[in-house]
Design a binder for this molecule. Structure first.
Ligand code: SF4
Length: 392
């Protein structure tokens, strides 16, 4: 597919991360990352459980050295003991191929950063062609050795390129640009293909939403051209906290999801990691990438509004927000209401003062119901149509 398709998902290969499938037609997976000390088993386990209970499907932990990588074994064992062993763990590695090799034996996926997987052979970015090739071969050797260990243990790999940590070599050739991020990634993908390593997911992240979106779109074009279909992990790094962090994440991740791009997402907030999970699901819902709750299509209200919009929305949500996958339109008047909620499954529309009409799809099925009965009538309509389930 092209990156600009609005109603189809980019084709990606299905890969496995432990017992979790990703890519192809699998749901876009939601993940988060602990911020505890990886040597503190109990703290990591407790936080991982909070992430999983919130709906996280993968949990990433940093492993800055071999000791931390080794402790992943204890964290995995404790999670398994407490009944959370099916959720894959991901080790996050920077600067330390040895830690990556150890982690690959204990967790289901290892993220490496091509920008720091091997030490640069130079301290300046002034590389000759020979030096560029010399460092590429060094990276190839270490990475292929790591892939062999991953293959042996059925461990998946994320190639995670960050804008802020491109290698000196890539900076020399391509500058601090989306192209540099893409070239860094493509080089690693060619190594994967060379040894037929398939369980790979890719991310290109930046704290700059425009740069991140442009880099991922460019990567998709380049992968299409070389017939690569690896799944993509989306995220905006250092998005911040509160409303700013949520909006920034929604803009960056959401722009790509509406293009049909993305197989797993992580919202990076400067908050407790479990707070990221509902935001991730909300972004997936808003982009209609993964529907997990009822969607309400409600107008903002204006001088034509025929009822107390906010209180009616609250009443309808209280009765229906346990349903999954329905779209319910709530419109203040008949003028724009039915047209604006054209793809809703059910509609609640102001018809006259104190009167409401109910819609099923685009058909008006009950006219001029007294407003005080209308919410219950809407529930009855959903029940009669077979779309109701009782609250658990
Ligand atoms: S649907 Fe009617 S009440 Fe709501 S904003 Fe539009 S014109 Fe106003």
């Amino acid at each position: 597919m092209t990156a600009n398709s609005t109603d189809t998902r980019r084709y990606s290969d299905e890969i496995w991360i432990g017992k979790l499938s990703m890519g192809a037609s699998n749901p876009v997976r939601v993940q988060s990352m602990t911020n505890t000390n990886t040597l503190d088993t109990e703290a990591c386990v407790a936080q991982a459980i909070r992430i999983i209970e919130a709906g996280g499907e993968l949990v990433r932990l940093t492993a800055q050295g071999v000791r931390e990588a080794e402790n992943l074994k204890h964290i995995k064992a404790e999670l398994t003991q407490r009944g959370y062993g099916d959720t894959p763990l991901v080790a996050d590695i920077h600067f330390n191929p040895e830690a990556a090799e150890v982690a690959a034996q204990f967790v289901e996926k290892v993220r490496i950063n091509p920008g720091n997987f091997v030490k640069s052979i130079k301290s300046s970015s002034d590389y000759s062609d020979e030096e560029f090739e010399q460092e590429r071969l060094l990276l190839r050797e270490k990475f292929i050795r790591f892939l062999a260990i991953c293959k042996q243990h059925n461990t998946a790999v994320r190639i995670g390129v960050n804008h802020g940590s491109l290698s000196e070599r890539m900076m020399n050739r391509y500058g601090d640009t989306p192209l540099g991020m893409v070239e860094s990634c493509m080089e690693m993908l060619r190594f994967c293909r060379e040894v037929d390593f398939k369980h790979v997911v890719i991310s290109l992240k930046s704290s700059n939403t425009r740069l991140m979106v442009n880099a991922v779109r460019l990567l998709v074009e380049r992968m299409d051209a070389e017939n690569y279909h690896f799944p993509l992990h989306l995220g905006v790094t250092e998005a911040g906290d509160g409303e700013d962090g949520r909006i920034k994440s929604a803009v960056g991740i959401g722009s790509l999801l509406v293009d049909g791009i993305g197989d797993t997402i992580r919202v990076s907030l400067s908050e407790a990691p479990e707070n990221e999970i509902p935001v991730a699901f909300a972004i997936l819902q808003a982009t209609r990438s993964r529907i997990t709750k009822t969607e309400y299509i409600s107008c903002p209200g204006c001088g034509r509004t025929l009822f107390d919009l906010q209180s009616v929305i609250a009443q309808i949500k209280a009765r229906t927000n346990h349903l999954t996958g329905l779209k319910i339109g709530i419109m203040g008047c008949i003028v724009n209401g039915p047209g604006e909620m054209a793809d809703a499954d059910y509609g609640y529309v102001g018809a006259a003062a104190g009167k409401v009409s109910l819609y099923k799809k685009q058909q008006c099925v009950e006219k001029n119901i007294p407003a005080e009965q209308a919410v219950e009538k809407l529930v009855e309509l959903i029940k009669a149509s077979g779309d109701w389930v009782e609250k658990e």
